[in-house]
Design a protein around this ligand. Structure first.
Ligand code: KG4
Ligand code: ZN
Length: 335
């Protein structure tokens, strides 16, 4: 018996069917990125309206692709925060309505718990204790998952999230939205040692990426001649140098957190964890220090299978919720 999982917190409309052994029976993600690209970022009202238009067909497709369809579903898991309020409301209202009509229980899930438990989809043997580096468009946090349901925040960004920094720097460079993947690709042909950019290492496992972004802005002011756009090679060198600084900062703090906690395992999750350079550098630096799991890129960026994984974790620990669910756009919890 499986969970039907629904995710609508930002700009992906997603549904999945996940078994209790965390096998993914189906996972459908409808990205709105193309619609938001024209505005250079996510437009909340547009995002909510597009979720409303797509959620029924995305959910139907996930059920159709799973063995047994509705017959195999034992409950509904849905993201209730953090995220955009209007977007969260579409998902939770739809989940509540479906569950009510079918006589099924619901469980509200933290999007951040979803990112963390995506690692267990990739590695079913993953169990606490472990350190998690959570890197997304809205969050940059280091947490220590000491035991099931026992999560300690070690440190977080004081300003921009690292994904936000990738998106803003991409914009400065004239690269298309979403900026993270565009920088990842551009940087592959660039020289990461061409420009030395700051690596802000704060005490208490803190991060700060707004200074790095500003350093890129000043660098571009120096490199540009008048209104001329940068040549592709110069653009790639800046992208690679920025990425190297961001990746070095993340890996340095991750190493410090592993040493501080003595955790035998570590995971890197969230959209930025799909970055190729971060994956390679973190694997290199964690060797001999901790066993590292980074889910495949499709499980790092927003999806509903991760909501199913976190849903099972919650249901096992404390059972389903008494519906209907409330949304919490600022939800800070990982449990
Ligand atoms: O987890 P996610 O899909 O959504 C949020 O919960 O925010 O993360 C989205 C963030 C965006 O900032 C996006 O630019 C970044 O992840 N991202 C990347 C890559 N793919 C997505 N950043 C760097 N390299 C990538 N390959
Ligand atoms: Zn996310």
């Amino acid at each position: 018996m499986s969970l039907l999982a629904i995710e609508t917190s930002c700009d992906e409309t997603a549904a999945a069917v996940v078994g209790p052994d965390l096998s993914i029976h189906s996972s459908i993600v409808a990205s709105q990125a193309a619609a938001h690209a024209a505005y250079g970022g996510v437009v909340p009202e547009l995002a909510a309206r597009m979720h409303l238009e797509r959620i029924a067909e995305v959910t139907a497709a996930a059920l159709a692709a799973a063995p047994g369809g509705w017959g195999g579903i034992t409950g509904v898991a849905v993201t209730r925060g953090p995220g955009l309020a209007g977007c969260l409301l579409v998902g939770t209202a739809y989940a509540d309505a479906l569950a009510g009509a079918r006589g099924l229980p619901v469980v509200g899930v933290s999007h951040m718990a979803g990112h963390v438990w995506a690692a267990q989809l990739a590695d079913p043997a993953l169990r606490p204790p472990f350190v998690a580096l959570v890197v997304s468009g809205g969050h940059t946090e280091l947490i220590h998952v000491e035991a099931p349901g026992a999560v300690r925040l070690l440190g977080a960004t004081r300003d921009d999230a690292v994904g936000e920094a990738f998106d803003k720097v991409a914009r400065l460079l004239g690269l298309p939205y979403p900026g993270g993947p565009a920088i990842d690709v551009s940087a592959r042909t660039g020289n990461p040692a061409r420009h030395r950019l700051p690596r802000p290492i704060l005490p208490d496992f803190g991060f700060s990426f707004s200074g790095l972004k500003t350093a890129v802005r000043y660098l571009l002011d120096d490199l540009r001649v008048g209104d001329q756009p940068l040549a592709t090679t110069a653009q790639a060198d800046v992208a690679a140098s920025f990425q190297a600084a961001a990746v070095d900062t993340l890996c340095t703090q991750l190493e410090a957190a592993i040493e501080y906690t003595g955790a035998p395992r570590a995971i890197i999750v969230g959209g930025v964890a799909s970055n190729r350079s971060l994956r390679e550098e973190a694997a290199r630096r964690c060797r001999g220090l901790a066993e590292l799991t980074i889910p495949p890129p499709a499980l790092c960026t927003d999806n509903a299978a991760m909501v199913g994984a976190a849903g099972w974790e919650i249901v096992r620990r404390r059972g389903f919720d008494d519906g209907p669910l409330s949304v919490d756009p600022g939800l800070a919890s990982y449990i």
